[in-house]
Design a protein around this ligand. Structure first.
Ligand SMILES: [Zn+2]
Length: 276
């Protein structure tokens, strides 16, 4: 009888332990290049013909810009960033609530691991439930819509989105918009806020090309992981985004953002190579 009870007890403990081991997810360890500044995009992310063409076009644009434009310092990025923010804020309905506190806390965790310490990152929550979006411009200004807050399923996904925007600043993608505006000013274009508004809109929202988006994705998973988040949740985010996309070559050429499915494939390979 006692043996029977001991046997039942053992079986119960074994079953309980087995059940528990299924619930607790093992935290994966990754080894990424130790910087938020991306040295190069992995080949598998740019191997298609269309991508090579886009890369060549964006390389030519920055080549031209470097010839005609003045040098842009970090001080320029911060100063122009303040002005861009003034222009944008006029058209945005900003929200101050507990979601903003969450975003600010998240930003603080992520920016502990940045390289460009002279950029003062700030974040704003924009009331727009129908637009799932986040964006950034020079000087470390990041904007997140309420639509994105509702769209993400976890703080890990949100951390990736914000880290992606930080990645644009870390990898100096935002510098090009400052270069364009600064050059325009030097050529006599008005620099007051009303004169600057249309230039700001056209240059900020056309600022990033597909390779830059890929770079920011890589910086995003690096920063999210460093701050203690699960970088694989970025894949869940792209799964949801790609639900309404049908990639074709022509549309891809017209877009500044790569398709979510391609970004997911790129990140999946990147994470597979980095996992220990
Ligand atoms: Zn982006």
């Amino acid at each position: 009888m006692i043996q029977k009870i001991i046997l039942i007890l053992c079986l119960f403990i074994a079953t309980a332990c087995k059940g528990q081991s299924q619930v607790v997810e093992e935290k994966k360890a990754y080894i990424f290049p130790n910087t938020s500044i991306v040295a190069s995009i992995p080949e598998e992310c740019i191997k298609k013909d269309g991508d090579q063409l886009i890369n060549a076009a964006s390389g030519f644009e920055s080549f031209l810009l470097n010839i005609v434009a003045d040098e842009v310092t970090v001080k320029d990025e911060n100063n122009y960033g303040q002005q861009f923010n003034k222009v944008l804020k006029k058209d945005l309905l900003l929200v101050i609530d507990s979601n903003l506190i969450q975003l600010q806390t998240l930003l603080k965790k992520l920016t502990k691991h940045i390289e460009r310490k002279d950029i003062i990152y700030t974040i704003a929550l924009v009331k727009n439930d129908s637009d799932v979006n986040a964006w950034t411009h020079a000087g470390g200004f990041i904007y997140v819509t309420t639509g994105l807050m509702n769209f993400v399923n976890s703080e890990d996904e949100l951390a990736f989105c914000i880290a992606h925007e930080i990645g644009h600043n870390e990898n100096e993608h935002c510098k090009a918009s400052v270069q364009r505006i600064k050059t325009a000013e030097n050529m006599g274009v008005s620099s007051d806020l009303s004169g600057m508004a249309s230039a700001v809109y056209s240059t900020i929202f056309a600022a990033f090309n597909q390779p830059q988006e890929m770079e920011s994705d890589l910086a995003g998973v690096y920063l999210a992981y460093k701050a203690g988040y699960d970088p694989e949740k970025a894949l869940d985010f792209f799964d949801k985004l790609s639900a309404n996309e049908e990639p074709n070559a022509l549309e891809k050429m017209m877009r500044s953002h790569p398709f979510a499915s391609e970004r997911k494939t790129c990140l999946q390979n990147y994470l597979n190579n980095a996992v220990q």
